[in-house]
Design a protein around this ligand. Structure first.
Ligand SMILES: [Zn+2]
Length: 389
């Protein structure tokens, strides 16, 4: 379909590029991209892809805008705090380019909905930061022959690549998949999230722009993509490094003889279900309701909050002792009196406190428990005055 006169004006700078031109713009206008997450990566992605003229965007996010998101999630405005991120992102896209069709999904991606939703789009960009979603999106994209544009961010560093497992004419694939790179998920709690470790607000913008560039190249059929190359970006030293990625001939999903041919339970695969994060076979978890009952009964215990001091300024459970996780090994002396008594460790979500339990157990603390879901779980289940952050 030829471009309209409005489109000639809007995309004039693309049309001037001989490598892109009218043919490239027409391809973009006919294309569709699914953004999983309208957060740090999804926000700039949605804006730039819409501006460039991608015809249809799917935006998937079950969360609402929080004031702490605004440091990097630039599609949302201060007045959007408390509203659905998917709706807020749709508003942002349509303000910028009313010609872009936006489908929103106010839900998380799951094994039950992934295939149906992903099938409707040409490419998928996963902007979430959890392992079950990464494996789920990877497998679904391999099964559906879709390109998956990968990006991840943490503190001052980011990574990006293109998982393009589409088959070429000779039956081989264009490149490796996420499982070729990471065959096994890391142990739960080993890799901290941005919520725990922080992130420079600009960093997701840089990584999202790399993802958006790759998306536009894939969609318009121009240039050489990052398929088979893994880009690492260090904002602190302003360096980009590139690693070669090769398909794993034994990959369970993308090799010639796959052992996984349908979606699985990814929470279980990553060992990350709430309450299932015990570091070993012992059950070291205490639920929020059990802990509330224990407090109610006045049972003697120490509540050890291993978050950073600034987080206690946001919210805390009364009567805690605060020793940030990183300082714990050097401050065990302060806990000497509790070696044989009950210590309940707590952090934001239950991951750092599980690491703290490992340290305590290694040093002979015999009666330790992890508050399941951390202070966020406590806020959800017990004390609504706790502010989520
Ligand atoms: Zn693979």
């Amino acid at each position: 379909m030829p471009l309209t006169s409005d489109q000639y004006l809007r995309y004039a700078r693309h049309l001037t590029l001989p490598e892109f031109g009218e043919a490239g713009q027409e391809k973009l206008l006919k294309s569709s991209v699914l953004l999983i997450g309208a957060g740090g990566l999804g926000s700039p992605l949605a804006l730039y892809l819409a501006a460039a003229g991608v015809g249809r965007l799917g935006i998937m996010d079950f969360d609402v805008v929080d004031v702490s998101n605004l440091q990097r999630q630039v599609i949302h405005r201060t007045q959007d705090v408390g509203t659905s991120k998917a709706k807020s992102a749709k508003r942002g896209v349509q303000d910028l380019n009313p010609g872009c069709v936006v489908d929103i999904y106010e839900e998380g991606i799951t094994s039950a909905n992934a295939l149906e939703i992903i099938a409707k789009y040409d490419i998928v960009i996963d902007g979430t930061d959890n392992f079950p979603t990464r494996y789920l999106v990877n497998d679904a994209c391999v099964f559906l022959n879709k390109v998956n544009i990968y990006g991840s961010i943490y503190r001052f560093e980011g990574q990006a690549t293109v998982f393009d497992t589409r088959k070429k004419a000779d039956g081989t694939r264009n490149g490796p998949c996420y499982r070729c790179l990471y065959p096994e998920p890391p142990p739960p709690g080993e890799v901290p999230s941005c919520a725990e470790g922080g992130v420079l607000g600009i960093l997701p913008g840089t990584i999202a722009m790399i993802q958006a560039t790759e998306a536009i190249k894939v969609l318009s059929g121009m240039g050489k993509t990052l398929a088979g190359r893994f880009l690492r970006y260090d904002a602190m030293n302003m360096t980009f490094r590139e690693l070669k990625l090769r398909p794993d001939p034994t990959c369970p999903v993308c090799s010639a003889k796959p052992t996984i041919t349908q979606l699985i339970d990814y929470q279980q695969f990553c060992g990350m279900g709430r309450g299932e994060t015990a570091v070993n076979s012992e059950n070291l978890e205490i639920s929020t309701t059990d802990y509330a009952a224990l407090r109610e009964a006045g049972k003697e215990h120490l509540l050890l909050d291993v978050r950073e001091p600034f987080e206690l300024g946001i919210c805390q459970i009364e009567g805690n002792l605060n020793i940030p996780l990183g300082q714990l090994p050097g401050r065990l002396g302060e806990l000497a009196a509790w070696k044989d008594k009950l210590v309940v460790a707590q952090c934001k979500s239950g991951r750092r406190s599980m690491k703290a339990l490992e340290t305590l157990k290694k040093h002979g603390f015999s009666n330790v428990l992890n508050l399941t879901g951390g202070i966020l779980g406590w806020g959800e289940d017990i004390d609504p005055s706790i502010s989520a952050y």
